[in-house]
Design a protein around this ligand. Structure first.
Ligand SMILES: [Zn+2]
Length: 475
């Protein structure tokens, strides 16, 4: 990469809210219904119908505003954004233009150089369009998604690399997941991202001409598309060309971006205030209520985990990455006081099992208190860590507790003095030569004799106790 240039990146994220019904009518927002079965005259834009704002949408927007330190506009307004597209039956989208619900938010990301604050220009409420499905020379349109509520979150052009863009999106998703206003499922399109990128000579204050990249449905694709686009723009400039302001599509197959259309300007949409809806007034009561219902912020939770459970910063950040993992950890910690051991197990065996099943902590096949039960058995010397690792997959498979499995399989550590003494005497009886060697000063055979006892117990004898008793008996 040519270091004389620096990229300037801004991101626009669309978040689908998880309200039960659409933004202006009572149709269900459920994903995966048969096409065109969750529609009505309002969301299909029949003449003469009147939209009514879903209050839950405003509540969700206020919560997100509070989580990311936005200034909330207590008076905001919906506007019409006019354009024609087959998935937009009204011929306009109801959105917010110059009076969005929130402005001047921020979030911080952890870069290799430390914390960096990324400004967020605005957050606004709007409705989603329908979905076009193309195939076999025919195109279909599904209006189920028409009128599903969205929040659009537009960052300042504060991002300087594709890595920072990735970190910003991860952090944004984390905050939205904590706020529980969206399922943030990228495969189902609940979280979508467009990226604006330009480059400029390092040290220059003025921005270069930017392009907008659409069709980015994973954070990895955002990073790849930006890397490609930054390189492309640099090559154009180095060859003496100019960048044209345009919208480009990212093709995940080739890893390249290509021209989609020249970029439209705001005035192309002929925005005007939506005459069928009242302005949105956010009352103090509403803000208070939302504040009261807010979750602990992810950064605060991470700091608390370090302090309260004495965990290293790395562990705390992994365990608080999403709210359900954090809840699972705290549930375990209620039953088991070896906090670091819980962390080790969750980051190791537990996460591996979840990843293999592609499920989140909410659907963990092992209950938090059962994992704690397993760990307590190690703590109390009832089983060894090695045996525990064999038991855990069994717990995942059968749903049984560690205690049950240990009993059924007879895996408990043998720590009974009498039983161990009997085993030792038996081993010594069979190895008289080694015993003689030991008595003649060849202390090295002790390890061999202990090994024989462990073998006889099928690895279940408490090794510390075998050691102690062996030395006692031999002397
Ligand atoms: Zn409807």
């Amino acid at each position: 990469m040519n270091t004389d240039f620096e990229p300037v990146i801004g991101l626009e994220v669309h978040v689908q809210l998880n309200t039960k019904t659409k933004i202006f009518c009572g149709c269900s927002t459920k994903f995966g219904l048969l096409p065109n079965t969750s529609i009505c005259p309002v969301c299909l834009g029949y003449p003469g119908v009147l939209p009514v704002m879903n209050e839950e949408v405003v509540r969700s927007a206020v919560k997100v505003c509070l989580m990311m330190d936005f200034m909330i506009n207590t008076y905001s307004r919906m506007d019409r954004k006019n354009y024609f597209y087959p998935d937009l039956p009204k011929g306009y989208q109801i959105s917010q233009f110059d009076n969005p619900i929130g402005v001047k938010g921020k979030l911080s990301i952890d870069t290799d150089e430390g914390k960096k604050e990324i400004g967020i220009t605005r957050i606004h409420i709007e409705e989603d369009a329908g979905k076009l499905i193309h195939g076999d020379g025919v195109s279909y349109v599904d209006f189920n998604r028409t009128g599903v509520p969205l929040l659009e979150i537009v960052s300042e052009p504060d991002i300087r690399s594709s890595k920072e863009a990735y970190l910003y999106l991860k952090k944004l998703k984390q905050i939205l997941e904590y706020t529980k206003i969206s399922d943030c499922n990228m495969e189902e399109g609940s979280l979508r991202c467009d990226a604006n990128v330009s480059i400029r000579p390092k040290g220059q204050a003025q921005f270069g001409t930017k392009t907008e990249i659409k069709n980015l449905n994973s954070f990895k694709f955002v990073q790849k598309a930006l890397d490609y686009e930054i390189e492309r723009q640099m090559n154009v400039l180095k060859e003496g060309g100019t960048i044209s302001q345009e919208t480009r599509l990212f093709d995940s197959g080739t890893g390249k971006t290509k021209t989609m259309r020249s970029k439209e300007e705001a005035h192309d949409y002929h925005y005007f205030p939506e005459p069928d809806l009242l302005p949105i007034m956010v009352s103090e009561g509403m803000i208070k209520e939302a504040t009261f219902s807010l979750p602990e912020k992810p950064d605060d939770k991470c700091a608390r985990f370090e302090k309260q459970y004495g965990l290293p910063a790395y562990d705390a950040s992994v365990l608080t990455a999403d709210p359900s993992t954090a809840d699972y950890y705290e549930e375990c910690a209620k039953f088991c006081s070896n906090y670091k051991m819980i962390s080790n197990w969750m980051m190791g065996e537990w996460l591996r099992e979840l990843n293999e099943r592609s499920v989140s902590a909410v659907d963990s096949p092992v209950l938090a208190k059962d994992l704690a039960g397993l760990l307590n058995m190690i703590e109390n010397g009832k089983i060894s860590g090695k045996i525990a690792k064999e038991i855990f997959p069994e717990m995942v498979k059968t749903g049984k507790t560690a205690e049950q499995i240990v009993q059924e399989k007879g895996l408990t550590v043998i720590s009974d003095t009498g039983a161990i003494e009997t085993m030792i005497k038996e081993v010594l009886g069979k190895n008289e030569k080694s015993v003689q060697d030991y008595k003649n000063g060849k202390k090295g055979v002790l390890g061999f004799l202990i090994g024989q006892v462990m073998k006889a117990s099928k690895g279940k004898a408490d090794p510390k106790k075998v050691n102690e008793l062996m030395e006692k008996i031999l002397s």
